[in-house]
Design a protein around this ligand. Sequence first.
Ligand SMILES: Cc1cc2nc3c(=O)[nH]c(=O)nc-3n(C[C@H](O)[C@H](O)[C@H](O)COP(=O)(O)OP(=O)(O)OC[C@H]3O[C@@H](n4cnc5c(N)ncnc54)[C@H](O)[C@@H]3O)c2cc1C
Length: 360
Amino acid sequence: MAALVLARAGHRVALLDDGGQSPPPDGPVFKIGEFLPPAARPLLNDLGLLDGFLAAGHPSSTGTYAAWGSAALHGRSHLFDPYGHGWHLDRLRFDAFLRDAAVAAGAELRRATVLERLDDRLIVRDRVTGAVAPLSAPWTVDATGRRCVIGRRHGHRRRQDRLVAAYAVFPDRPRSQPEDLEARTLVEAAPHGWWYTTRVPAGRLVAHLTDADLATPSLRTPQGFWSALSHTVHVRRRLAGHGPAATPVPRWAPAHGLRLTPAAGPGWVAAGDAALAFDPLSSQGILTALHTGARAGRAVADCLADGGRSRASLADYTAFLDGIAAAYRRNHAYAYDQEQRWPLSPFWGRRRTANSPAAA
Ligand SMILES: Cc1cc2nc3c(=O)[nH]c(=O)nc-3n(C[C@H](O)[C@H](O)[C@H](O)COP(=O)(O)OP(=O)(O)OC[C@H]3O[C@@H](n4cnc5c(N)ncnc54)[C@H](O)[C@@H]3O)c2cc1C
């Protein structure tokens, strides 16, 4: 987003992307983070990207089901959402669409890993040749996700908790079995964390969210993952027709809330997860990454247009992040407060303590 905004403003932009992690040998190529909320519609529209996005045909999401605060499953529909339905993204295709839009606006895409920033130069390793060379860049937008390659050297990163996700994508059921047509995401609270499951292009994603120190090592094996999910009530029903033998090797990803302060300084700005990463319960990470990316691009364009306004535009950007972070904290506290069934569970106890007025 930042590259798109800056290229459209007429600046020379290098978009350096290392292409992500290597795909696992045993499963589909897949990037976690798939639900895009309805509120993305006006943002994509403002950026002139809505038609192209809609043409890509990402499946609609009509709502969610949750067993949260009680064992009963409650549905929430997007029917009354002012922006309509959300989407189950094919993340890799969506990310490629955004890269292509930035390139079409004039950004130069390079498969390269940013190693560090030294004054107004980036030290960059080319992914194709392996050559390491400096790149002159008076301004850098750090959009490297939780790795936060540049920002972590300039700011302080505060973790909210130790949340991790163990997840697996179950391939589609054989044709002899009924097709899995359930389009809504399902969230289910459990004694030591929570689960969610949703359809993705590669099949059905199942993820377990818990704290790193509470996650048993068996969650790393297909059998252990299957055994843990068979203790759920609703998620396991979505997995009817699957079994331990067909369970893929689970992957793990960090999922804790994270805030970088400051998130901008002379010559650099952080956006997306690099600036502000959320507990996935919020389902706001992608939308926030789009929003902060576009705002970071505008802040840099302002700084480039008029050095004297630099401070004000960076301060505006920081205030914008403060507002998002405050809303996130409130919503996070409210959501976890709704679940009171396991008073002795460390997972839920930690969140109650962290959200208590005394901790604020
Ligand atoms: C389990 C889980 C489920 C989630 N579910 C959802 C969901 O349903 N909806 C939602 O909105 N959000 C969800 N999220 C959050 C969402 O995935 C993130 O908020 C979002 O991906 C952030 O986008 P980003 O562009 O900031 O970072 P990323 O998507 O992490 O992208 C960072 C990019 O930078 C590149 N990069 C990294 N380091 C370098 C380097 N040194 N040099 C060059 N390039 C580099 C990477 O290859 C990558 O392309 C979920 C997160 C988790 C952990």
